[in-house]
Design a protein around this ligand. Structure first.
Ligand code: 13P
Length: 251
């Protein structure tokens, strides 16, 4: 279902105490009546305790930042979708550009992760986005559409209906250089049309497409004004409860 979502991606920040403190601050300061669904994307070590602390609270959920592309077995250091779900977590970020770049995750592997997440009734926040080099070659639309095709187009309509998409241009992540609201809206509209060409207009219109990349309290409102922009995936600014909630309240 299309809804406004603002998800934080803490990345590899916050030890156990710091994470509990930050999540508690978000919980204390959130009213429960925010227009957007709040999601906190935390390292695995936080999932159990934070899923417990948001259980039964309206409008706030926890996400893992990754899950394995294997169901179980001898994969030292990996965490399966089933394990994530067993903590009480309901979302999982899949295919972040940092995982694609530093851990060589491919579109095919990400398709497997999406399947395993859906089988556990986790909601995937599926990330896509192009590098600066690809944008400068003006191949950004076809590149990002291909990411969606190769990782999501095998899904049934019923499964696709559960997916959240996050468009994160790599050149805007952690750089302070955000996409303009026009650039975000343009890509989101293109992606929605691509989804419609395969899954039909109704399902495409029901899909939440978030923007990520140097989103801050000062620019969130303008970015979220795009009619195809349904919220954000927030890195650096999600590490501060006031900044994060200011973004949540930017609609
Ligand atoms: P920044 O908001 O720090 O640019 O990070 C965006 C991001 O990668 C969220 O997943």
């Amino acid at each position: 279902m299309r809804q406004k979502i603002v998800a934080g991606n803490w990345k590899m920040n916050n030890n156990l105490e710091a994470g509990k403190k930050l999540a508690q601050e978000v919980l204390d300061k959130a009213t429960g009546n925010e227009e957007a669904q709040i999601v906190l994307g935390t390292p695995f070590i936080h999932l159990t305790v934070l899923a417990d602390s948001v259980a039964g609270k309206k409008g706030i959920e926890i996400a893992a930042q990754n899950c394995s592309d294997k169901a179980s077995g001898a994969y030292t250091g990996e965490t399966s979708a089933e394990m994530v779900k067993s903590t009480g977590t309901n979302y999982v970020i899949i295919g972040h550009s940092e995982r694609r770049e530093y851990f060589n995750e491919t579109n095919a592997q990400l398709a497997a992760k999406v399947d395993l997440a859906l089988a556990q009734e986790l909601i995937p926040i599926f990330c896509c986005g192009e590098s600066l080099e690809i944008r400068e070659k003006e191949e950004h639309f076809s590149y990002v559409k291909q990411q969606l095709t190769e990782s999501l187009f095998h899904l049934s309509s019923a499964d696709f209906a559960k997916i959240v998409i996050a468009y994160e241009p790599i050149w805007a992540i952690g750089t302070g250089r955000t996409a303009s609201s026009a650039q975000a809206q343009e890509m989101h509209a293109e992606l929605r049309a691509h989804l419609a060409s395969h899954f039909g207009q109704e399902l495409a219109d029901s899909c939440s497409i978030l923007y990520g990349g140097s989103c801050k309290p000062s620019n969130a409102k303008e970015i979220f004004e795009g009619s195809d922009v349904d919220g954000g995936l927030i890195g650096g600014a999600s590490l501060n409860a006031n900044d994060f909630l200011a973004i949540v309240n930017s609609f």
